[in-house]
Ligand binder design. Structure first.
Ligand code: ATP
Length: 242
């Protein structure tokens, strides 16, 4: 569904992504993990059309999309839930969801999707008329995901959904991701921590200093210390690498 090859991007003279290859197949939940500054957000922003790559290709559903603007990609089914959620804090939950649905013209199907989203996230039904800024961090994350679902994504990319959340709340957010994936949504999720991801992931990429340093399926990475070693930049004999 998503094919990223040799993707290079940065900020002025700083190259944050240095030739990254990743792919996401239909039906998968793929995680990208890596320490601070590894280039994870830059990767999602470049795929989502918020940044232009300096080299490399991005293919989505068989078509090249590098350089396309976010609105166009969103219409094609590629939707980003950005880091920090970016909800409108002074608007109600209902109004935030309406903003997510603005690109849609199929109002009858939208009403059905809204009902489904409120079934998936019952707390949003309870707080429908409430101010979004009064929601807890976990509830705001659910709102950001719900808003993205109303854009009818085929692939949803989520930047650090567990950021700032308590462990129990992370479990709830991850459970909702599991349900969405079981319902047919393909997911590409960035996380800083490797904790918990193996239960949910189909495959994992570890990103360090703008490079993919490890890729594997969840069962492969559950064995041994390869995931931690790659994350912290150690090779098997304990020596530090890049
Ligand atoms: P984190 O987990 O801290 O969000 P990350 O893996 O998402 O890290 P990026 O945010 O992609 O990493 O950052 C990659 C590199 O690009 C870092 O060196 C960072 O300092 C730099 N960077 C990120 N955003 C900008 C920006 N707007 N302007 C200049 N440099 C930036």
């Amino acid at each position: 569904m998503l094919e990223v090859n040799g993707l290079t991007a940065g900020y002025g003279r700083l190259t944050a992504l240095k030739g990254v290859d990743i792919r996401v197949d239909e039906g998968e939940i793929v995680f990208i993990v890596g320490p601070n500054g590894a280039g994870k957000s830059t990767l999602l922003k470049t795929v989502a059309g918020l940044m232009a790559p300096t080299a490399g290709t991005v293919g989505f559903r068989g078509r090249p999309i590098a350089g396309r603007v976010p609105e166009e990609l969103c219409r094609q089914g590629l939707v980003l839930v950005p880091e920090g959620r970016h909800i409108f804090r002074t608007l109600t939950v209902q109004e935030n969801l309406a903003v997510g649905a603005m690109i849609r013209k199929d109002k009858a199907a939208l009403a059905e999707d809204l009902e489904k989203v409120l079934d998936t996230f019952p707390i949003l039904r309870d707080r429908f008329k409430g101010i979004a800024g009064h929601l807890s961090g976990g509830e705001q994350q659910q709102l950001a995901i719900a808003r993205a679902i109303l854009q009818r994504p085929a692939l949803m990319m989520i930047d650090e959904p567990s950021l700032g959340l308590a462990p129990l709340v992370i479990d709830q957010v991850y459970e909702s991701l599991r349900q969405l994936n079981a319902g047919g949504l393909t997911l590409l999720v960035v996380e800083q921590s490797t904790a918990r991801i193996l239960d949910l992931a189909s495959r994992v990429y570890v990103l360090r200093n703008g490079h993919v340093v490890l890729e594997g399926t969840a069962p492969e990475l559950a064995e041994g210390n390869a995931l931690e070693d790659a994350y912290f930049g150690y090779v098997a004999d304990g020596h530090a690498v890049a």
